[in-house]
Design a protein around this ligand. Structure first.
Ligand code: CIR
Length: 255
């Protein structure tokens, strides 16, 4: 199915206070992050979608990472309940925009679910059970999407991995990029797993829509692998977002 829209959200003035698993050596440069975000939004336009830009909420330092607020399952959008309490105030403004395009369903307390843990491959959601996403959240997602014809498979993640899509993402027709050695013993049924070098983990998270992939600009070996699949590659630099554990998919919701 062709994607028609992508929702992005501007970078908050407070972005230097965004959550980070490891405090960055160099503090976050908000002006630089904003410049990179503008390039990202431009790159999103190259997917042939209409881009919807939501203003930042300065009370929510992580608000540019919209992916975590909503999971798209066909005609339904599942409004999440993020695992980090500081991020829960982000979801309503995202939901209000997504409601113009999809029916809404919700993850309720005590469930927690981050969009970054939900990877759709074919009709199966692979969902990371992580520090952010709990079993109640995964069961709630299953209850919402199973009647729509989607399966849900949960994957236990080590605490060192923020989200499932920090280490893998789908690209092209039935391929999943995975950082070499990051998900031992996991396969994605009908999809082909393509290992990317552990030396460029930033390559594992790509945005793919309408035949084009946004790939981290500093992941040349991954770019070559994706290019070999016959997928058009648009390199994007979001290194400043990476200081707050943000990759490429987390900066948009593709509808
Ligand atoms: C957080 O810790 O929640 C943010 N600093 C990063 C979220 C990245 N989101 C994503 O990969 N889906």
């Amino acid at each position: 199915m062709r994607s028609t829209h992508a929702l992005v959200r501007e970078v908050a003035t407070s972005f230097s206070h965004a959550l980070a698993m490891v405090r960055p050596e160099e503090p976050i440069d908000v002006a630089r992050a904003r410049a990179q975000h503008r390039s990202y939004v431009e790159a999103i336009g190259s997917l042939g979608v209409e881009t919807i830009v939501l203003p930042a909420d300065d009370a929510c330092p992580d608000c540019c990472f919209v992916e975590d607020a909503c999971v798209i399952a066909g005609e339904v959008a599942v409004v999440t309940r993020p695992g980090a309490e500081s991020r829960r105030a982000e979801v309503e403004s995202v939901a209000a925009v997504v409601a113009r395009h999809r029916l809404l369903a919700r993850i309720e307390e005590p469930g927690t679910l981050d969009g970054g843990d939900c990877m759709l491959v074919g009709r199966t959601f692979y969902v990371g059970r992580s520090k952010r996403t709990n079993d109640v959240g995964i069961a709630a997602l299953r209850a919402i999407v199973a009647p729509l014809g989607f399966d849900v498979v949960s994957i236990a993640l080590p605490d060192s991995v923020l989200h499932l899509k920090s280490v893998c993402s789908p690209v092209g027709d039935g391929n999943v990029l995975v950082i070499e050695g990051a998900l031992p013993g996991i396969d994605f049924e009908d999809a082909r797993t393509i290992a990317i070098p552990a030396s460029e983990p930033q390559g594992a998270n790509v945005v793919f829509a309408n035949g084009t992939a946004l790939v981290a600009a500093d992941a040349p070996r991954t770019i070559a692998l994706v290019d070999r699949l016959g997928v058009r590659v648009v390199p994007v630099d979001t290194s400043e977002m990476r200081k707050a554990d943000g990759a490429l998919t987390c900066l948009s919701i593709v509808l």
